[in-house]
Design a protein around this ligand. Structure first.
Ligand SMILES: [Zn+2]
Length: 448
């Protein structure tokens, strides 16, 4: 079976056939680097990584580009509040973003282009749209895309074209589903505000234009895959299609891939509800970021995933159990073909990660020799990215004095003496070991 993936444009699961079989072109909308990204954003970035790994598992060469939005309304507002320049702010949070994704074992993209480094290309792009009559300049200098002039507007999102409010304009980088109206390509700025010189005066690009321009620049007019969170489908991706196809006259994206929302405690994440989490919150609770990756993999990317601290703890326990089990295995050899086959089929079937994980556990619990299981597990982890290589066949010798402290700690936990149990954990740590609580009792790891 070949890789099949749900295409949001046709709303069907299609066999994946790249334009050029030797090189898959893949663009993912990246973060706005003005703050820590939340775990809902991280779910999207893990999806990009998973898809890239599945493509590579299918022997495709992948060219993957993810942009960094380093100028927009939010960045300008936040940097002004903090009394620093937008570039200082975006620099700081780009680093945080790279840190986050590396903790989640996300493999690096081929490039992370920054919007501010491609402004001159954006200006040229807007000039083409103006030349084709698809855009117009307002009296204040701002340039807008005229949605009524683009015949295919709405083809991805299915927005009702009768809703198009021709001649009404939206300047903000973010707007709602009801705002089917002309959007800003170039926004005039006044005085000392951040801006670049352009044929229309000093201004800065709108948010949507950067993806059209950087995608074309790095990957060409027509790309194989464009991915993003489902919240980007309209207006962002609809507007990207209008801009890109408006300029090139060619089809922009062959497969649109959208990841569903992450809910927290059954509700949409928001700062006002106090259910807004970043990787820092997770690490502060002593949870391994890879447990979050594991949790993401338990759900299909097109299903909403409800994050709770209980579900994350369960994912951590499952990961701990897996790590501890495979430590005692023998060195990997050629694996179990049957499990590997079914595992590949699950992922090739629109990235069914939940089923792939179930097959992994079936393998772990099977009666095959551990050396064969180790071989298959390492192959599977090339796609899942759970960092298991570090644990396979890495049995550790725990000195007796450490084991003694561990059993004392277990005793203390049984008696609900958490103060003593914490003290013992610290003593164990001082001796160079960490203790993990799993469903099968306490396990000990050497601290590197
Ligand atoms: Zn984008």
């Amino acid at each position: 079976m070949n890789l099949r993936i749900f295409n949001s444009l046709t709303k069907t699961i299609e066999e994946f056939k790249p334009l050029n079989p030797a090189n898959v072109t893949f663009y993912g909308c990246g973060p706005t680097v003005y703050d820590h990204v939340h775990i809902g954003n991280l779910r999207s970035f893990v999806l990009y990584d998973l898809l890239k790994r599945v493509l590579e598992f299918n022997n495709f060469q992948v060219q993957f580009i993810e942009n960094l939005t380093d100028v927009d309304d939010k960045i300008i507002k936040r940097s002004a509040e903090m009394g620093i320049s937008p570039s200082e702010l975006s620099e700081k949070f780009s680093k945080v973003f790279f840190d986050d994704i590396s903790k989640l074992n996300i493999l690096p993209a081929n490039n992370y282009p920054k919007a501010t480094e491609h402004v001159s290309e954006m200006i040229k792009f807007i000039e083409v749209l103006l030349g084709k009559g698809l855009a117009y300049q307002e009296a204040d200098g701002s340039v807008y895309f005229d949605v009524s002039k683009f015949a295919n507007y709405g083809k991805l999102s299915g927005v009702d074209k009768s809703q198009i409010k021709s001649g009404t304009r939206i300047l903000s980088d973010e707007y709602s589903k009801d705002d089917v109206q002309d959007f800003a390509l170039w926004k005039m700025v006044k005085g000392s505000e951040v801006g670049w010189d352009s044929p229309w005066g000093k201004g800065r690009p709108g948010w949507h234009i950067e993806c059209s321009v950087m995608s074309q620049q790095f990957l060409g007019d027509t790309i194989d895959i464009h991915a993003g969170g489902v919240d980007l489908l309209f207006p962002h991706h609809e507007n990207e299609i209008a801009q890109s196809e408006g300029v090139s006259g060619k089809s922009f994206v062959r497969y649109w891939v959208h990841g569903e929302h992450l809910l927290v405690d059954g509700a949409k994440m928001s700062k006002s509800l106090g259910n807004f989490y970043t990787l820092v919150d997770i690490e502060n609770k002593g949870i391994d970021p890879l447990a979050l990756r594991y949790l993401f993999l338990t759900a299909h990317y097109r299903d909403k995933l409800n994050f709770t601290w209980e579900s994350l703890t369960a994912a951590q326990n499952a990961l701990n159990n897996l790590r501890e089990t495979i430590r005692n295995w023998d060195q990997p050899v050629v694996g179990c073909a049957e499990h590997e086959q079914r595992f590949t089929e699950a992922l090739d079937n629109d990235l069914n990660t939940a089923q792939a994980l179930a097959i992994l556990w079936e393998l772990v619990k099977s009666d095959y020799p551990t050396s064969a299981k180790a071989g298959s597990l390492l192959k599977m982890d090339q796609v899942l990215g759970l960092g298991l290589a570090e644990f396979v066949a890495k049995k550790i010798d725990v000195p007796e004095n450490v084991m003694e402290l561990v059993s004392q700690r277990e005793e203390a936990r049984k008696n609900s003496d958490y103060h003593k149990s914490d003290q013992l954990r610290k003593q164990i740590k001082d001796l160079g070991f960490e203790v993990l609580d799993t469903l099968d009792g306490s396990k000990v790891n050497k601290i590197n």
